[in-house]
Design a protein around this ligand. Sequence first.
Ligand code: PRP
Length: 197
Amino acid sequence: MDSESARRGRTTAVVTDYRPPTDVSDMDILIDETRIGDRIKAMAAEIEADHPDGDEIHLVCVLKGGFVFMSDLVRSMSPRVTMDFIALSSYGKSTKSSGEVRLLKDLDSGLEGRRVVIVEDIVDTGLTLTYLQDILRARAPRSLKTACLLSKPSRRLVDVKVDYIGFSIEDKFVIGYGLDYGEKYRNLAHIAVLSGE
Ligand code: PRP
C-alpha cells in the first residue's frame, strides 16, 4: 500500500488472473482480440500515412457501436488526433431500407477546413453511412474519409465509399466489440456470431 492509499484507508489489490465473466456458450468467436488489435494498428498506420505530416486528423465516432473501435484506434495514433462523437439511429429495422436515419446527437464542433475521418463499427446496407457522409460533406471539411471495422459487402444497397475496412465478413449477425444484440454484448473483447446464425 502506498502512503497516499494508507492515508485514505484504502487497500489496493493486485489482480493478475482476472478474466471478465463472459458466458460464451451460445456464441462462436469470429474474430479474436489479437486479430482485431493487429488490424487496428495497421489501419491506424494507413490513416496516419494518408494525411499530410503535421495536419490535424479529426475523428468522428458514430455512436453507439463505434465507441470501442474508436477507443483502440486513437490509442494507436499520434497526438495530432482530435475527436468528436455523433449518435445516429435508423428508424427501425422494418424501415431501414428506406434510408431514414435519425440524428440523435450532433457533433460539438464544426468541420470546415478540417481533415475528417468517420469511425464506424460496421457498414451493412450502407444507408447510414451514405446519410452521414452527405451531412458531414455539407459542412465543408478539407477532406472526408471513412474507416469501418467491419463490412458486409453482400448486404450493400447503395454504393458507398469506405476508405479503410478492417474485415470483410459474411452476412451473419455479429456481436461484440461495440456491436449489440438488444443492447447487450457491446463489451465483448472479440467479434462473435450467435450460434444458429
Ligand atoms: C448499426 C451500425 C451502423 C449501421 C450500419 O447501427 O453501427 O451505424 O447499423 O447499417 P447500415 O449500413 O445498414 O445502415 P445501429 O442503428 O444498430 O445503432 P448502434 O450503433 O447504436 O447499435
